[in-house]
Design a protein around this ligand. Structure first.
Ligand code: LMR
Length: 403
């Protein structure tokens, strides 16, 4: 006889229902809205002036090459495509530095996989370690930390009213952090606020992180979409130069437009060679236990692009086109309404508007404007033609309808 109190039924009855992911739910909500003038400012994907999330030209060309030249789909190992990882290194760490012996990288399923692997590595080294997280942050950060067994301590990152970083609060938090604590840093294009540290602030952060013995975990998911490829890595490079150990979770989903191909990498930086070896072996063992080997396609495509001078130049040019388009929407929004003026000084796809959850849902029901419940907009969902439409809906919501 199966004991119903201890068998699988009782086991699963212990589960608590989980709400669908609020951000990803916007994809189908938007799709099912029949209104022709609807605006999708929800999930963070780039869109061109025609509202399309394109396959990049260099990516299409690399896919053709891959189709013609790939002779085998045999396993590569838990590290994935090391040609891809090596080709990324100078982009992340700088052409001259290139990473050096201290840097080890593995391919991961997207930036999310890189973050999860980083957190499992930390938890294996120090179970229940504490991660300092400025809020608001990407809604998946805290769940990833928790799923890996880490604890999260928060501080207030952003003042929605002034649209600026609360740097004093960040400093107060870091000065409270204890040696061995982890600090999550958005490398560029902060998600969801668009508010990044200045270079001087990065220098201060690098100094405090090094002086207090904290471990920087840098989430670099939008390189090239803020101020440019080099500029967007400058903060991360300052921190790495100041510390002995760091982790960098990298995503190619946005800057290569490879979203659903789940393409990323985890880079570990350890100045001490013995520690670098120890970390390396643990990263590989954890990758093996998680996904055994990462999906190949996106990494192979990015490698082909980066190893071919003409394709790499095409990729850089198209990335720059995307960056410039988003920046022009940013300026147009700031020009359209003084309440959006702060957006001018921010970077990347996102800004967090001073709207309540009720106003967000009103904008959706009354104006067919889809944005995250937090008030985050994806600026890439707007065009020169739709900025005024959005600005008008925003003003109507704030002034009349919901004053
Ligand atoms: C976003 O923040 O919209 C993207 O990073 C998509 C995601 O996975 O949440």
């Amino acid at each position: 006889m199966i004991d119903l109190n201890t068998g699988p039924a009782a086991l699963f009855d212990n589960l608590r229902p989980q709400a669908p992911d609020a951000l990803l739910s916007l994809i189908s909500l938007f799709k099912n809205d029949p209104r022709p003038d609807k605006l999708d400012l929800g999930v963070g994907v780039y869109k061109n002036e025609a509202g399309v999330t394109p396959v990049l030209r260099a990516v299409k060309a690399a896919e053709r090459i891959l189709l013609e030249t790939q002779g085998s789909k045999s396993y590569l190992g838990p590290e994935g495509d090391m040609g891809f990882v090596e080709a990324l290194k100078p982009i992340v760490f700088g052409a001259s530095a290139g990473g050096g012996e201290e840097v080890f990288g593995v391919q991961t399923p997207g930036g999310t996989g890189a973050l999860r692997l980083a957190c499992e590595l930390i938890n294996a080294a120090r179970p229940g370690a504490r991660v300092w997280l400025g809020t608001p942050s990407w809604p998946n950060h805290a769940p990833i930390f928790a799923a890996a067994g880490l604890k999260t301590a928060t501080y207030s990152w952003f003042d929605t009213k002034t649209q600026t970083v609360r740097f004093d609060e960040m400093m107060a938090a870091l000065n409270k952090a204890e040696a061995g604590d982890v600090v999550l840093l958005h490398g560029c294009c902060h998600n969801p606020t668009g508010a990044d540290l200045t270079l001087d602030q990065w220098k201060t952060v690098a100094h405090v992180v090094a002086a207090r013995g904290l471990l920087p975990l840098i989430d670099l998911a939008y390189q090239g979409l803020g101020e440019g490829l080099e500029e967007d890595a400058a903060g991360a490079r300052l921190v790495i130069a100041a510390v002995d150990d760091a982790l960098i979770a990298y995503s190619c989903d946005k800057n290569f437009g490879l979203y659903r191909d789940r393409t990323g990498a985890l880079f570990t930086f350890n100045r001490n060679a013995d520690r670098a070896d120890l970390v390396r072996s643990n990263v590989l063992a954890l990758a093996r236990a998680n996904w055994s080997m990462p999906p190949d396609h996106g990494g192979a495509v990015a490698r082909i692009v980066l190893e071919d001078a003409a394709l790499a130049a095409s990729w850089r040019a198209e990335l720059e086109e995307m960056r410039v388009r988003i920046a022009s929407v940013r300026v147009a929004l700031a020009d359209a309404d003084p309440r959006l003026d702060g957006l001018r000084r921010q970077h990347g796809m996102f800004s967090l508007l001073p709207v309540s959850p009720a106003q967000v849902s009103h904008l959706r029901s009354a104006h067919a404007v889809y944005m995250a419940g937090s008030g985050r907009i994806n600026l890439a969902g707007l065009t020169a033609a739709t900025v005024p439409v959005f600005a008008q809906a925003f003003a109507a919501c704030l002034e009349g309808e919901f004053a």
